[in-house]
Design a binder for this molecule. Sequence first.
Ligand code: FAE
Length: 541
Amino acid sequence: MTHTTTCDNGFEGPSRRSFMAGTGSILGAVALGGVAPVARAATSIADAAVVPALVIGTGYGGSVTALRLAQAGVDVHMVEMGMAWDTPGADGKIFANTTTPDQRSFWLRTRTKQPLSNFLGFPIDKTIPKYTGILDAEEFAGITVYQGRGVGGGSLVNGGMAVTPKRENFADVLPTVNPDEMYNTYYPRANAELGVGLIRPAWFDTTDAYQYARVGRKHAQRSNFPYVFVPTVYDWNYMEQEAAGTVPKSALAGEILYGNNYGKKSLQKSYISKIRATGRVTISPLHRVVSVVPATGGYKVTIEQLNTTGDPIAVKEVTAAKVFFAAGSVGTSKLLVKLKATGALPNLNGEVGKGWGDNGNVMCGRANHLWDPTGALQSSIPTLGIDNWAAGGAFAEVAPLPTGIETYASFYLSITRTPNRAQFTWNAAAGKVDLNWQTAWKSVSINAAKTIFDKINSKEGTIYRTDLFGVYKIWGDHLTYHPLGGAVLNKATDNYGRLQGYPGLYVTDGSLIPGCTVVNPFVTITALAERNIEKIIATDF
Ligand code: FAE
């Protein structure tokens, strides 16, 4: 393989080559393990504490914010509803394997809810003990939103695709942000801090682990689609050593969706390790923020401490001068919508809860001919994408199906252009927040994805797989990995994430982004958080 100029179509990235990506989207073929994880006692925030800055959530937005505040000399308390994920279970591993989900795998479910629910027509979900596991499949009426739970947020479970959008598309992503400052300063800063890097092309060309991606590339080329190499936060040297058999396997053992034990540079290895080194930040896992109200000295924050079956075992009330909402698009939106509707923060403006999108996510598989095997060994970290954004509004990640057996399947997660945006609202009768997304809205995304796969199927004489999302169901249109929006920048907040109506309250996560990042979102979330916190430290502290 060569990095031909045909694949170099101008995506911004950590090198001069051009890249774009999809998302780690993985099959979990199940054989339920019974590994008892070890709960960890963590030093946590004290009841009645008075703190200068409290950060709700430990994903990308929260980690950037906490690091920069601490480096500026501010003592920070991070509150995280999920577990610490720093202690091995009885099997010696912190994280469960994708092929053998156990209680560590899902957030408070008694049955797995794997993104690919079926294989060869058979349902593959399994019973598991209820536990504060790592992957939340949060169900709203029209969509299941997958999210990471624990110290590190989505970085614990995601595919590690670290993509900077093409600059010419940036106005669609964050229309009120100056692209010069993002592309000159904050995207480079985010890429450097996250440790973004590229596969070695010669290794890509020869390793068994990316045969599936080479098949994807060949099919894209034969239909004249540009393909792009995707930068990631996986340690590529480590993966080559995995293949050589000199280190414990991680990506090459199919680890990803329920955590990655070795090679992926999750936030725990990047921002959060720097956060710990400052000595100024307390992180409280298994603590969930349930309320924020104005109080003398700032805001009274009510926090429930959880046990590992999700039950509150203590309630703490803390006073924080400044509060940063970094609970993710869904978490922050749900909190703000509830707090506005129930009178805790009544002056939040009417934009709160609006502008939510799914980044146009849709999945599908193709059935290859028997002479086109995709390989029994598949790296769980995708690194190749097919780009039809300009012509058809779709970018498709060539994703793995790390089942350990030859499937003759090509599997894809597409990010598509879609105008549909949903709203979170408070359902007083049920005491919960609803989201009015409709499954039918995904038809726009399916049509965009078909601009790629109909053409490839026609050229290759192949068909869609119908066995991955149910019985005779082609499209994975029931889910998203990329929730975005709900507290949109310059609408619910000012142009730096300050919540309108409440000085000292900020939003700093994916809820600022109005529904689509054109590519995978976490580099943009990180870069935006870097931009915003720099301004806020300069002006508000
Ligand atoms: P996030 O990382 O979700 O962090 C929010 C944190 O807040 C979580 O740890 C929550 O547990 C915590 N939290 C929520 N509510 C509360 C509360 N009330 N109190 C205390 N804590 C709370 O937010 N993106 C990419 O760019 N590339 C990929 O390859 C990719 N693959 C993905 C694969 C999967 C399976 C999934 C689920 C996501 C993937 N994503 C990917 C999306 C990416 O992980 C996501 O956009 C970011 O993690 C969002 O970052 P935030 O900081 O907004």
